[in-house]
Design a protein around this ligand. Sequence first.
Ligand code: 5AD
Length: 372
Amino acid sequence: MENLSWIQKHDEIFFKNSFSKEDIVYLLSLEGQEEIEFLRQRAYDIATKESGEKVSLRGIIEFSNICSRNCCYCGIRKDAKSVKRYLLSREEIIEIAQKAAVSGYGSVVLQSGERNDEEFIKYVIDVVKGIKDRTKSEKLPEGLGITLSVGEQTEKTYKKFYDAGAHRYLLRIETSDKKFFSKIHPPDQKYDNRLNCLRMLKKIGYQVGTGVMIGIPGQTIDQLASDVLFFRDIDADMIGMGPYIVSQSSLMSSKGMMEKKSLLLLSLKMISATRVVLKDVNIASTTALEAISEDGREKGILFGANVVMPNLSPVDVKSDYLLYEGKPGMEEGSDEYNTDLIQRIRLSGREILFDDWGDSKHFKRRKCLNII
Ligand code: 5AD
């Protein structure tokens, strides 16, 4: 009898088109193996139907760890004195991108600490233009797709980056709960500004990605359910989420941390719930998943993600971009590690989409409907 009511409820909730916060809390609270498997399978089916059978690649280039911000959770925050700071040269970044394009990556993500000075802005513009100019080929007539992830900037700056050739932008909200946001950020960082940045990015025409950290001490299931609704309401095209992991250089202690197994499961359920609710967005299976479980990124794909972001940063700077402890592949050359990662994704049953920007279906649909 109990079983019957579970199946009825599962049919009612999993196949909905419109979800309430309570529905999402229900999904995130599923505990039984069979129930979680239903959720995973539903999310996987939607991912393959809506975003295609193949997993998209984004080569991530962490081009600088110099940062003007002091986010409490982050290992490369401005005041983390033990961090050796670096900025890759323009030529170095372009060469990495060229090599990526030749190897079949359709797009790259350029990520760095946040800086708002003119020199940095000009630098990013030059790098974006350089990559665009020098990665055009028969396979990629417009060059590599470029996603930027360089934090909060002014609308004018976002526009300049866009005009230079970047067409996607990642800016995590970290948590959609305004009060909680102010607990994990210093007072100079405002929730409203972050939100406004996301709106500006959309207005300019970017495909916009956002996301949250999962399992931050003090965070509730209710807040995570609201995060999913936030992604839906802001009409995000891409989502990147991962478990919160302690960093020695951060300001937050490990008190109240979830143990790894539950943290992994909650993160995977967040991916599935987001897929079930948002359907046609790109969802990344993030590196942080692999930091807490060897096959975390394959699991992310099996729970409904459709993007992986192999790290293309040079091995000599990789370990200086330690946002959190346990980041995988720090000692190995990027090539070896990524070949293995791609192989692991394949073994988990999915092919890889090469030589394609891998734009989000959600964005394409918005464009067709002339909503943008
Ligand atoms: N644990 C997990 N994710 C982190 N990030 C920063 N610090 C941590 C941490 N300690 C994530 C943030 C940021 C992204 C670049 O990395 O969500 O937006």
